[in-house]
Design a protein around this ligand. Structure first.
Ligand code: FES
Ligand SMILES: [Fe+2]
Length: 415
């Protein structure tokens, strides 16, 4: 349980809020590359941390992310003309470059240098793995883009899937750090034989790491073995959830890096970055996005009760939500709490141990920033910028050995 004040602190993300300011100290996904696919294509609307922006790709392919409203008299630059290395407002023709410089004010007298006194809101962007990242914090504190596995992938090896979550980001990412729900919400085989094999009440632990936190879940397998899973929480709101066995991964198996990015207090983008050594073909890409409709809205959403099938719920799956991606079941669980859940009303048990640790770490991160401390996992030294082996680890071990054996042989940034 959180106090109302703590809940407000963790969930409000607009400009000037403590959590919003913390998030602005990290590189965040702003949109997919496919939303502005080529030079001089139409711009795209972007709303991030409660701020309305417009993204465009200029004639040289450079990406700009500008304040949506023209500095002159506020017309939306979404309707602007993307031409000759700049985005031009359709009201009086003011033109901006990717850095927010006003490069032309054609309605002003020719000798006017008025435009040189202006600087429009513009955030720096970087593109990797089919995604466009931005940094919205103080310029003088801009960190390096952390070198995760996806930074070095070819575009064919990455398949990012973007979907709208109609609630606060914290509800979303708490699900990634909550191992116990998987035995229920994602149980798609409710038969008695399957139930007997499952340990629905894992032993849980959480510990702080250089990148954020690590959640550990330990389930019994038969009499003398344990099944261990670790899940990294990466600052400020990213995760890697356990996928296929780590040994098998290298060629065929897909691993997912997940980014929960606040649109505002009540809406969130979930980017699932699917990664694989072997290139994804067009059919695979379609199937990975098969649960997403127009405008990146989910086909199963609150408006249609997630297309829940009560007969299926009786006979086959715990939820009755036949999901292409488990995120569809997660969506029902987290959106149905309400847009911003009031955590002063909840009743936490042992199974919430990792969630409690996560909230505590985030509240500390917020107060550290307010005291002027360096935010955790902000990377400044190129020599220390290697998180390319950061993984969610899982494995079956003899019960006597203890879970830490699953991390054996890994470096401090690996798991
Ligand atoms: S409002 Fe944009 S140029 Fe006038
Ligand atoms: Fe889940």
């Amino acid at each position: 349980m959180l106090s109302r004040e703590e809940n407000e602190t963790l969930t409000r993300v607009g400009p000037g809020t403590p959590m919003g300011e913390l998030m602005r100290h990290y590189w965040l996904p702003a949109l997919l590359s496919e939303e502005i696919p080529e030079p001089d294509c139409p711009p795209a609307r972007v709303r991030l941390l409660g701020e309305d922006l417009v993204a465009f790709r200029d004639s040289r392919g450079k990406i700009g992310l500008l304040g949506e409203h023209c500095a002159h008299r506020g017309t939306s630059l979404f309707f602007g003309r993307n031409e000759e290395c700049g985005l031009r407002c359709i009201y009086h023709g003011w033109k901006y470059d990717v850095d927010g410089k006003v490069v032309e004010t054609p309605a002003e007298p020719t000798n006017s240098d008025f435009r040189n006194k202006l600087r429009h809101t513009a955030y720096p962007c970087r593109e990797a793995a089919g995604m466009i990242f931005t940094y919205m914090g103080p310029r003088e504190q801009m960190p390096l883009l952390p070198r995760y596995e996806w930074l070095d992938l070819n575009p064919e090896q990455a398949c990012p899937v973007k979907s709208l979550l109609e609630c606060n980001f914290l509800q979303g990412i708490e699900g990634d750090f909550d191992s116990s729900h998987t035995s229920f919400l994602h149980n798609n085989d409710i038969s008695e034989s399957a139930r007997l094999k499952r340990d629905g009440a894992p032993v849980l632990d959480a510990e702080e790491t250089a990148y954020g936190m690590r959640a550990i879940s330990i389930r019994k397998v038969g009499a003398d073995q344990i099944y261990v899973r670790t899940t990294p929480y990466i600052m400020p709101s990213f995760s890697i959830v356990p996928g296929p066995p780590t040994e098998k991964f290298e060629e065929d198996d897909i691993r997912g890096f997940r980014f929960w990015v606040p649109i505002d207090d009540r809406k969130t983008w979930l980017y699932i970055l699917n990664m694989r050594r072997k290139p994804f073909d067009a059919a695979e890409r379609r199937s990975l996005r098969g649960w997403i409709g127009a405008d990146y809205r989910r086909l199963r959403n609150a408006a249609n009760d997630y297309l829940l099938n009560r007969a299926l719920q009786q006979t086959t799956s715990y939820t009755g939500i036949e999901a292409l991606n488990p995120a569809e079941q997660d969506g029902c669980a987290t959106e149905s709490m309400g847009a911003i859940y009031d955590r002063s009303k909840e009743h936490l048990g042992y199974s919430d141990k990792t969630i409690i640790a996560l909230r505590k770490m985030l509240l500390t991160a917020v107060s550290d920033l307010q005291e002027g401390k360096e935010p955790r996992h902000v990377v400044r030294d190129p020599a220390l910028n290697d998180f390319s082996r950061l993984r969610s680890i899982k494995g079956v071990l003899p019960a006597r050995t203890g879970w830490r054996k699953v991390m054996e042989g890994l470096g401090p940034n690996d798991g």
